[in-house]
Design a binder for this molecule. Structure first.
Ligand SMILES: [Mg+2]
Length: 238
């Protein structure tokens, strides 16, 4: 039970399921690359993984570490042994056009946001990525009428679980941590990050709570849910 003025949502894999959409988009990228050069799906996936891991390592803790254009640039530099701007852009655009086309909100998201909104609860998105693509996702998912505030790691210059993003979003909303609750799918980024500034936290997960080993208090979510509409029970909204 919790009375809150603000609900903070993670976006990726919280409001929609990430993995299937990502896999489809990668397959689309492969189809396009295959027209350019001879490469097997296995080789492509390996190159993608290596490129992504390099960018993650080099840019850890920044929004750019998730930027697909950098992954595809690195990939093309490996697959073509030179930079091919048109190929990089083609792969990048194919990835996001396909991704955005296939994204679907999780069950009950709109109804949940609508109910919160009717009761005057502010709704915010706090997300580790670049702003432009997150704006495109929000627009495509049709959630913009319900969202009051967005904070991205590009804008904050720092990623979850670092407390900078959480403090920025609370500042934008002009509320104290005890007035807000954080909902996300990532035990470290969303839950440890939220806990670190004194937010109540909700972990969205299909796993049973026994499967998690939350040894320390700072790791423990206040609540776990399997579906988004369960937040309404936590907030005691009928
Ligand atoms: Mg997430």
């Amino acid at each position: 039970m919790a009375t809150k003025k603000v609900v903070l949502f993670d976006l990726d894999n919280t409001l929609y399921e990430y993995e299937p959409v990502h896999q489809k988009a990668l397959n689309e990228v492969y189809k396009i690359l295959k027209k350019e050069i001879k490469i097997s799906l296995k080789e492509f996936l390996k190159l993608y993984k290596i490129s992504q891991a390099e960018i993650h390592r080099e840019l850890a803790g920044t929004a750019s570490s998730h930027n697909r254009v950098l992954y595809f640039q690195r990939l093309v530099e490996k697959s073509h042994n030179t930079i091919e701007p048109d190929v990089v852009l083609k792969l990048y655009n194919a990835y996001w056009n396909n991704f955005l086309k296939n994204m679907k909100l999780r069950k009950g998201v709109i109804q949940t946001l609508k109910k919160m909104k009717q009761l005057g609860i502010k709704i915010a998105i706090i997300s580790d990525l670049t702003t432009k693509i997150q704006l495109r996702k929000m627009s495509k998912l049709g959630i913009t009428p319900f969202i009051d505030v967005l904070v991205t790691s590009e804008e904050a210059g720092s990623e979850k679980p670092n407390n900078v993003m959480f403090l920025l979003i609370l500042n934008k909303l002009n509320v104290l941590p005890q007035d807000a609750i954080m909902v996300g799918d990532n035990p470290i980024d969303d839950i440890e990050g939220g806990n670190s500034v004194g937010l109540d936290t909700v972990l969205l997960t299909n796993r049973k709570s026994e499967e998690f080993k939350f040894n320390q208090d700072y790791q423990k979510p206040n609540y776990t849910i399997k579906e988004i509409p369960e937040i309404l029970n936590i907030l005691q909204i009928k």
